[in-house]
Ligand binder design. Structure first.
Ligand SMILES: *Cc1c(COP(=O)(O)O)cnc(C)c1O
Length: 476
C-alpha cells in the first residue's frame, strides 16, 4: 500500500530532482505547500484500491463496466450516421478513434532510463471531428440526447436504448430529424475544446448550439465554431464562470439541453469507452498487462471528467496492474487540490494562492468535478503537476521525435515516465508499491489529448517558444 505523499521538484529537463517527503500525517500539507509554490509536484494516492468493486459511486449513482459498454454500443450504432455527417470518418467506418503509437524515439528527450519500460502514445490529439479528447465525451452526450429526443417524438421505435439496430439510426441524419432537432438547443460552457466538440456535433445533427467560452479560450476555436453556425457567447471570467452562465441560461429554457462538464455522467461514460478500444490495440501490439507487465497511463487533467472516465474504464477492464496518473499545470492543479481536500470540501486553486493562468487552455480549470474526484478516490494512482515551460519543450520534442503535432495541454503527460522511473520520489513510490522490480516489463502510455485543428501559424508559435526554451536550457 502507498502510505504517503511525495513532493517532487524537478529541473527543466533531464533526470528529475526531488525533495522526498516522509510518509507522515503531514504529507498532505507538504504536498500542498509545494503546490502553493507552483513547483512541479508528485502525489501518490493513499486511498487507491487494488481490487475495485464492480460498481463504483459516480455522484450518487453506481456505474460499472456495463455502462462503459453501453456507451461503446451507442458509438457503434451511430457509426453509419456519423459517416454521413462527417465524411472524414468514412475510412474508419464512422468510429471516432485514435492510433496507439510506439514512441521509443522520444526516450532520450524525456530522460526515461534504459530498462525502465517501453514508451507509447495514445494519440487522441488526432481524434477526428473535434481534434481533441473531447470528441469522445462530447459526441457521446450529444448522441445520447439526440436519441432521447428522437424516441420521445417517435422518430425511433422502441424504448430506452432501443436495441443495436444501426440501420434504424440512419433516420437521424434525414431532414425530418434535422427539423425535429432544430427545435432544441444544446448548450455548453468551455475553455474551448469541449465547446468545439459539442458545437460541431450538435450543429451537424441540426440542433441549435450555444457555446459559453471562458476568457482564456483561443480566438481560433471561437472562429471555427462561428463558421459552423454555432452561437459563441464570450465571458470575461474563467471556465467556471462560463459553465455557470451556461447552466443558468439553459435552466430557464425547457428546449435547451445543457452539457454540464462538471457533473455529466454521459460525458464521463463517453470517455470511458476509450478503454475498450485501447484493450484491443494493446492486444494487437502484443502489450501484456499483468503483475509482471504493469501499465502506467499518464492523462492530462482539467475538470477531471475525461481522465476519470478513461481511468475508470481501464481499471475496470484491465485490473489492478493499470496505474493511472493525472497531469495538471502548476497554476491549475484543481484535481490534486480536490484529492487532498477530501469529501465535503470543494476548494479552488485560487484558495491556494494560484492563478489558474496557463497556456494549456484545455486544463485551465480552477475547481475539479466532484463527480470525477469522488469516482477516482479508489481508482487513481496519483497526480503530478507540470510547468508551462516544460509543456512547450516537450511539444517540440514530440514533434522532432515522432512528427506528431500536439497542443500544449496535450503535452502534460510526458513528464510522467521519467518522474516515476527516474526521480527519487517516483522510485520511492515504486518501491512502496512493489513495482520497482517490474519496471523492465512495464509500458508507459502517454495520452495526448488535443492538437489536430490548431491552425499552422498558432502551432508554429508553440514550436518557436519551445525551441527558444530548449536553446536557453542548452546554453545554461
Ligand atoms: C478537456 C481537455 C483535457 C482534460 O479533460 P477534463 O475532462 O477537463 O479533465 C485534456 N486535454 C485537452 C486538450 C482537453 O481539451
Amino acid at each position: 500500500m502507498v502510505t504517503g505523499n511525495i513532493n517532487a521538484l524537478y529541473p527543466a529537463s533531464g533526470a528529475p530532482r526531488m525533495a522526498v517527503m516522509p510518509s507522515t500525517s503531514t504529507a498532505a500539507e507538504n504536498t500542498l505547500a509545494s503546490l502553493r509554490r507552483a513547483e512541479p509536484t508528485l502525489w501518490a494516492n493513499p486511498d487507491r484500491l487494488a481490487a475495485l468493486p464492480a460498481s463504483l459511486d459516480a455522484g450518487g449513482q453506481g456505474i460499472s463496466l456495463d455502462d462503459t459498454k453501453t456507451a461503446a454500443a451507442r458509438f457503434a450504432r451511430w457509426a453509419p450516421v456519423l459517416c454521413e455527417l462527417f465524411p472524414e470518418l468514412q475510412q474508419a467506418g464512422g468510429m471516432i478513434e485514435s492510433p496507439l503509437l510506439p514512441a521509443e524515439a522520444l526516450r532520450p528527450a524525456l530522460g526515461l532510463p534504459a530498462g525502465a519500460g517501453a514508451l507509447w502514445i495514445k494519440a487522441d490529439h488526432s481524434l477526428p471531428v473535434a481534434g481533441s479528447i473531447k470528441a469522445r465525451g462530447g459526441l457521446h452526450e450529444v448522441l445520447e440526447f439526440a436519441e432521447r429526443v428522437a424516441l420521445e417524438h417517435g422518430l425511433l421505435a422502441g424504448g430506452g436504448d432501443a436495441g443495436p439496430d444501426a440501420q434504424a439510426w440512419r433516420v437521424l441524419a434525414t431532414p425530418r430529424a434535422r427539423e425535429l432537432f432544430g427545435r432544441y438547443t444544446v448548450a455548453v460552457g468551455s475553455t474551448g475544446n469541449l465547446g468545439l466538440s459539442i458545437g460541431v456535433a450538435a450543429s451537424a445533427l441540426g440542433f441549435k448550439a450555444v457555446v459559453h467560452m471562458s476568457a482564456d479560450a483561443k480566438a481560433w476555436k471561437k472562429e471555427r465554431l462561428r463558421q459552423r453556425g454555432v452561437q459563441v457567447v464570450e465571458h470575461a471570467g474563467d471556465y467556471e464562470r462560463a459553465v455557470a452562465a451556461g447552466r443558468a441560461e439553459a435552466e430557464a429554457d425547457p428546449f435547451c439541453h445543457f452539457v454540464d462538464d462538471e457533473r455529466s455522467l454521459s460525458l464521463l461514460l463517453g470517455y470511458s469507452a476509450a478503454a475498450l478500444h485501447l484493450q484491443r490495440q494493446l492486444q494487437a501490439a502484443g502489450i501484456a498487462v499483468d503483475a509482471e507487465h504493469p501499465l502506467f497511463v499518464y492523462l492530462p487533467c482539467g475538470v477531471g471528467g475525461a481522465p476519470a472516465g478513461i481511468a475508470f474504464g481501464l481499471r475496470q477492464l484491465l485490473g489492478p496492474h493499470v496505474h493511472c496518473f493525472f497531469a495538471e499545470p502548476v497554476q491549475s492543479p484543481c484535481f490534486l487540490v480536490q484529492m487532498l481536500a477530501g469529501e465535503g470540501a470543494h476548494p479552488s486553486v485560487y484558495d491556494h494562492g494560484l492563478t489558474n493562468a496557463t497556456e494549456a487552455d484545455g486544463l485551465a480549470v480552477p475547481r475539479a468535478s466532484l463527480l470525477a474526484a469522488g469516482l477516482m478516490r479508489p481508482v487513481l494512482s496519483g497526480c503530478f503537476t507540470v510547468q508551462d515551460a516544460t509543456l512547450f519543450r516537450q511539444l517540440v520534442q514530440v514533434l522532432d521525435a515522432t512528427g506528431e503535432r500536439i497542443e500544449p495541454s496535450a503535452a502534460a503527460g510526458f513528464s510522467g515516465p521519467a518522474l516515476l522511473a527516474g526521480s527519487p520520489a517516483g522510485r520511492q513510490w515504486l518501491e512502496a508499491t512493489g513495482l520497482a522490480g517490474r519496471l523492465g516489463g512495464a509500458t508507459h502510455l502517454v495520452w495526448t489529448t488535443g492538437g489536430l485543428f490548431v491552425p499552422p501559424a498558432e502551432y508554429e508559435r508553440f514550436v518557436q517558444r519551445g525551441r527558444a526554451l530548449l536553446a536557453a536550457e542548452l546554453a545554461a
